[in-house]
Design a protein around this ligand. Structure first.
Ligand SMILES: C[S@@+](CC[C@H](N)C(=O)[O-])C[C@H]1O[C@@H](n2cnc3c(N)ncnc32)[C@H](O)[C@@H]1O
Length: 217
């Protein structure tokens, strides 16, 4: 990590502890609370650059780990035989093709952040569209009993989104980790225990633009 004007105690700590980004402390807090990562976990990180979440996942899941990262940018600093990277835009990724490439996952995590405009409704809608895309991928690739972790911006659409994914999981919780910057409106949704397949399939379809999901019976 290099220094810049946004540096804070978490940034300095991440640099000292050799993590690739300060956001590792958000995942660490969530994982300590919800026990998402276990020995040998198979994990998909939908926006892995610069790589601190994958680093943490690899450190927690031991020699049998299988971590796949996707991002627009390649995390060159991350080198580990248990890690594979796919350079792609998650919005246009073909989920069924991805499912042919990688085995079902124990954990799918998304720290996806849109480029922000400062216009709140636009940023919220873009964030929810990315979160919806992550949920769509999780619907196909998450094992029964697996977990889902996803960033979204606070706003009117968030409760709706939470409600819409709740059919997929035993429980859906919201958490704002301590390492979240004060001015940020991001929160994390944690979908614990993916229900048996067919319980409530999600698809984005036309809702990709609005960011809302629809359930198909
Ligand atoms: C907050 S960073 C992720 C940090 C990561 N969790 C870590 O700890 O290193 C958000 C990432 O989302 C990626 N991203 C944004 N939109 C994307 C898209 N449509 N497809 C793939 N990656 C995207 C960006 O390239 C950026 O690296």
């Amino acid at each position: 990590m290099t220094s810049n004007r946004w540096d804070d105690a978490y940034t300095r700590r991440a640099r000292d502890e050799k993590w690739l980004a300060r956001s590792v402390y958000k995942l660490q807090e969530i994982d300590n609370r919800f026990k998402l990562i276990k020995n040998g976990s198979r994990i998909l990180d939908l926006c892995c650059y610069p790589g601190s979440w994958c680093q943490y996942a690899l450190s927690k899941s031991g020699p049998g780990a299988d971590v796949v990262g996707i991002d627009l940018k390649q995390p060159h600093q991350l080198s580990d035989s248990r890690f594979r990277f796919i350079q792609a835009d998650v919005r246009s990724l073909e989920t069924d093709r991805l499912a042919e490439e990688i085995s079902p996952r124990d954990l799918i995590m998304s720290d996806l952040a849109p480029s922000t405009t400062g216009i709140w409704v636009v940023d919220e809608s873009r964030s929810l569209a990315l979160a919806g895309r992550a949920a769509d991928i999780a619907d196909v690739l998450l094992k029964t009993g697996g977990h889902f972790l996803c960033k979204a911006f606070e706003g009117e659409g968030l409760n709706q989104f939470k409600k819409e994914i709740s059919g997929l999981f035993r429980e859906v919780r919201l958490l704002r980790p301590k390492a979240t910057r004060k001015r940020s409106r991001e929160v994390y949704l944690i979908g614990c225990g993916r229900q048996e397949r067919g319980t409530g399939r999600v698809h984005i379809g036309e809702s990709r633009n609005s960011g809302f999901l629809q359930f198909c019976k």
